[in-house]
Design a protein around this ligand. Structure first.
Ligand code: ADE
Ligand code: ZN
Length: 386
C-alpha cells in the first residue's frame, strides 16, 4: 500500500513538474510573441493588390455590379484551390485585383491596408502597385494613382504610419509597355519613390530585358528594385544582372543568393539588402525559406522579413509572419530585432528619418532587456569595435 501511495505521489510530482515546464514554455512563447507584436516595424515588400481581404473584395465587387467574387466563400475557394507555384498564385492574384475599377476602390484598398498595418505596429511601409494590371483593362493611371495616394495621405494622418509607393513593371509585358507606364507616371513622379518589377514568369523575362526602362527611371530619380522569386531558373544569374547591369538599390526576395558563396559575399560587401518573405500556405508544413534567410543573415547579408501578399497567404500580416519565422528558426529576441533593424536600414528615406526609426527600435529593445551588441551582425559588431 505504501509503495502504491508513493507511486501516486511520484506520478503527481512528475505531472506537476511537466505542467510547470509546459507553463514555463508557454510563458516564454507568449513573452516572445508580445515582444514581436509590440516591436516598431518596417515593411518593404507588400503588394497593394495582395492586401484585398475577401470581405473588401466582395464589398467592391457588389459596389461595381460584377458577377464574380460576390461572396466571401467564393473568394476563399478561389484562394484555396489555386495551383502551387508562382503562376498559380498569380492567376488568383490578377483575378481578384480586377474588382478594383474606380478611384474610390483604390482609395479604400489603401486606407484599409494602412489600418491593418497600424494594428501590426508598422511605422514605415513601402507599398508596391502594378499600374499595367489596371491601365490595360481601361482604368486611367490618374484615377488609380490619385485613389491610392489620397488613401495614403488620409491613412498617414489617421494612423501615423509613413507610406511610400513603388510602382512595378510587370515583367511578362513588353519594354514599350513599361516605357509607356513611365510616361503616364511622369506627372506623379514626386509621389512615387521607386520602380520595381514583379509578376511572371521570371524565366524568359530577366532583369536585363528592362535595362533601358530602369536606366531612364534612374535618371528621373526613382530608386530601383525588382523581384527575384525563389527557386526560379537562373535566379542567381538574374541577381547578378540586377546588381551589375541595372544597379538596383534593393533586391526583392533573392534568397537563392544563399546557394552561391560569391554572390552572398558580394551582397554583404556592397550592403545591398534583400526583402525576404517566408510566406506560408495552409498546405505548407512551415514558413518557406527559413534556412536560407538564416544562412544569409549569418553571412552578414542585410535581409529583412516581409509579408508580400498577406491576404493571399496563411502567414498573413507582419506580426504573424515574425511569430512563425521565430518559431521555425528558434531566433532570439536580439536576432529578430536585427532582422527588423535590417528593414529600417533598407529604407530609402533621409538619414534623419532612418536614425529616428532605429532609435525607437533601440529603445524598445532596451526596455525589453535586449542587448544591442547582440542585435548587430558580427560584421557590424566588428565595425563598432574598431
Ligand atoms: N506579385 C505579387 N506578389 C508577387 C511575387 N511574390 N512575385 C511576383 N509577382 C508578385
Ligand atoms: Zn512580391
Amino acid at each position: 500500500m505504501l509503495r502504491f501511495l508513493s507511486a501516486i505521489v511520484f506520478a503527481g510530482l512528475l505531472l506537476s513538474g511537466c505542467a510547470t515546464q509546459g507553463a514555463q514554455e508557454d510563458g516564454a512563447a507568449n513573452a516572445m510573441h508580445a515582444y514581436l507584436a509590440g516591436m516598431p516595424k518596417a515593411e518593404l515588400h507588400l503588394h497593394l493588390e495582395g492586401t484585398l481581404s475577401p470581405e473588401t473584395t466582395v464589398r467592391i465587387t457588389r459596389r461595381n455590379g460584377l458577377d464574380y467574387f460576390t461572396t466571401v466563400e467564393e473568394v476563399k475557394q478561389s484562394l484555396a484551390s489555386r495551383p502551387p507555384g508562382l503562376m498559380g498564385f498569380l492567376a488568383h492574384h490578377f483575378k481578384s485585383q480586377e474588382v478594383m475599377q474606380t478611384r474610390q476602390d483604390f482609395y479604400d484598398a489603401t486606407y484599409k491596408l494602412a489600418e491593418t498595418l497600424a494594428d501590426n505596429n508598422i511605422v514605415y511601409v513601402d507599398v508596391f502597385f502594378d499600374p499595367q494590371a489596371h491601365t490595360t483593362r481601361g482604368v486611367s493611371f490618374a484615377d488609380m494613382f490619385e485613389g491610392i495616394d489620397a488613401g495614403r495621405v488620409d491613412a498617414e494622418a489617421a494612423f501615423g504610419v509613413t507610406i511610400n509607393l513603388i510602382m512595378c513593371i510587370q515583367r511578362e509585358r513588353s519594354v514599350e509597355s513599361a516605357l509607356e507606364m513611365l510616361d503616364q507616371a511622369a506627372p506623379f513622379r514626386s509621389r512615387i519613390i521607386g520602380l520595381g518589377m514583379d509578376s511572371g514568369p521570371e524565366y524568359g523575362n530577366p532583369p536585363v530585358k528592362f535595362r533601358d526602362v530602369y536606366s531612364r527611371a534612374r535618371e528621373e530619380g526613382y530608386f530601383l528594385t525588382g523581384h527575384h522569386d525563389v527557386d526560379v531558373r537562373d535566379s542567381i544569374k538574374h541577381i547578378w544582372q540586377s546588381l551589375d547591369v541595372i544597379g538596383m538599390d534593393r533586391i526583392d526576395h533573392g534568397l537563392n543568393a544563399s546557394d552561391d558563396d560569391e554572390l552572398t559575399k558580394e551582397l554583404a560587401r556592397r550592403g545591398i539588402c534583400l526583402t525576404g518573405s517566408p510566406v506560408m500556405r495552409s498546405t505548407d508544413p512551415a514558413p518557406q525559406d527559413v534556412d536560407r534567410i538564416m544562412a544569409l543573415d549569418s553571412a552578414g547579408v542585410c535581409v529583412s522579413l516581409n509579408s508580400d501578399d498577406p491576404e493571399e497567404f496563411e502567414s498573413g500580416y507582419l506580426t504573424n509572419m515574425l511569430i512563425l519565422f521565430q518559431g521555425a528558426s528558434g531566433y532570439s529576441r536580439a536576432d529578430m530585432t536585427r532582422l527588423m533593424l535590417n528593414a529600417f536600414n533598407s529604407i530609402w528615406g533621409t538619414t534623419t528619418d532612418k536614425n529616428a526609426y532605429i532609435a525607437a527600435l533601440k529603445s524598445y529593445a532596451a526596455a525589453h532587456d535586449v542587448v544591442w551588441g547582440e542585435v548587430m551582425s558580427a560584421d557590424d559588431s566588428d565595425k563598432a569595435a574598431e
